[in-house]
Design a protein around this ligand. Structure first.
Ligand code: FA5
Length: 331
């Protein structure tokens, strides 16, 4: 029986060489692999052969069948390449699937523009935690526990988190705590911007979200003045909105600056506030451990969503986070 299988293998290989067309090959297949082929009969009759040979004949027979099937497929591919593909389930005429390319969110695009504008003015980029200790969010910024200014930032407190000193954790209400963190760990000169997310427990409307981005700015050096603050912010506004933009500074109050201002841009017939700013308050320097009397600095905190609204003529801030692709795909 084993001899017979070896002979069959030789015959099949020889026979394949003279298959020069698909019909020849189909005939070869019937002869060597068909239901009535010698190989199929041997495999079918395996239960009747001597036990001592059964295993070897079975193994060799199946191996030969697999080999011949592979030879058939290869030969078919050589004779008529498309024939094999026709036998497969691949449909080359199906239209392709459109590849969807993602794009950057309009607020991310604006954040990148802001970073680029300040990089060109010599500012570095830093980050800080969104979950913050009340010490950094308030105390280090000259906003003590009983200070009325705490009401300005309705806060989302994190109940469970409290350290051994009784300090609590919160979702930061602004990016200003990173000012305190930077001054605590670095000596002047400092020129840094801090982009990041903020959270406030407040009702939303067309210009207010309960979660939004801010970009904080801090410059500390010897003899910095209010003129440096104004010059920097004017230059920034020109880079972002163009030379003809109307800009307005008004007095404002933030406990961590003195004097304090807000800056607005004239947009759609009215002034829209985009940032708060001022000269760093001496008490903030004191808390950070800066003692040199010649040190001064300015700080600002702006809302990139408001800036994106002006740039793209968007009349409702809530559109940014409503996940509506009809809106987002426009940028
Ligand atoms: C502050 O948050 C101060 N930390 C800013 C500051 C930094 C002042 C450094 C002085 C020195 P204010 O709450 O005004 O200030 O927010 C600053 C900017 O964040 C606003 O001008 C506005 O552009 C944006 N902003 C504030 N609240 C919201 C809100 N609910 N939704 C969207 N943007 C907001």
């Amino acid at each position: 029986m084993l001899e017979k299988l070896k002979k069959l293998e030789k015959q099949a290989n020889l026979g394949l060489k003279s298959c020069n067309s698909v019909p020849d090959l189909e005939e070869w297949k019937i002869k060597f692999l068909g239901r009535k082929s010698e190989l199929s009969l041997i495999l079918k009759d395996i239960k009747n052969i001597d036990v001592s040979l059964k295993k070897e004949v079975g193994m060799l027979g199946n191996k030969l069948r697999i080999e011949l099937e592979a030879l058939y497929n290869d030969h078919l591919e050589r004779l008529e390449p498309s024939k094999k593909e026709q036998n497969s389930s691949l449909d080359h005429f199906l239209p392709g699937r459109e590849v969807k390319v993602g794009k950057l969110h309009p607020v991310t695009q604006t954040l990148r523009e802001i970073k680029k504008a300040f990089s060109s003015l010599g500012f570095q980029v830093a980050e800080g935690p969104e979950i913050e200790w009340d010490k950094y969010n308030f105390d280090m910024l000259n906003i003590p526990e009983d200070h009325p200014a705490r009401d300005m930032w309705d806060t989302m407190w994190i109940d469970e988190k409290m350290n051994s000193n009784g300090e609590k954790m919160l979702l930061r209400t602004h990016t200003s705590p990173v000012q305190a963190r930077i001054m605590e760990s670095q000596d002047p000169p400092i020129r840094v911007i801090v982009p990041g997310k903020c959270y406030r427990y407040e009702a939303t409307d067309a210009t207010h979200e309960w979660h939004f981005y801010q970009v904080e700015g801090l410059a500390v050096d010897k003899n910095l003045t209010f003129a440096d603050l104004k010059g920097t912010l004017y230059e920034f506004a020109k880079k972002i909105f163009g030379n003809d933009t109307k800009i307005r500074f008004r007095c404002d109050y933030f406990p961590f600056v003195e004097p304090g201002v807000d800056m607005s841009i004239f947009w759609e017939g009215k002034w829209l506030e985009i940032l708060g700013a001022g000269m760093v308050h001496p008490k903030v320097f004191e808390k950070a451990g800066y003692t040199d009397p010649n040190i001064s600095g300015f700080a600002f905190g702006m809302g990139p969503e408001r800036i994106a609204m002006i740039k793209h003529n968007i009349d409702d801030i809530r559109l940014f986070y409503s996940n509506d692709l009809r809106f987002l795909n426009q940028f």
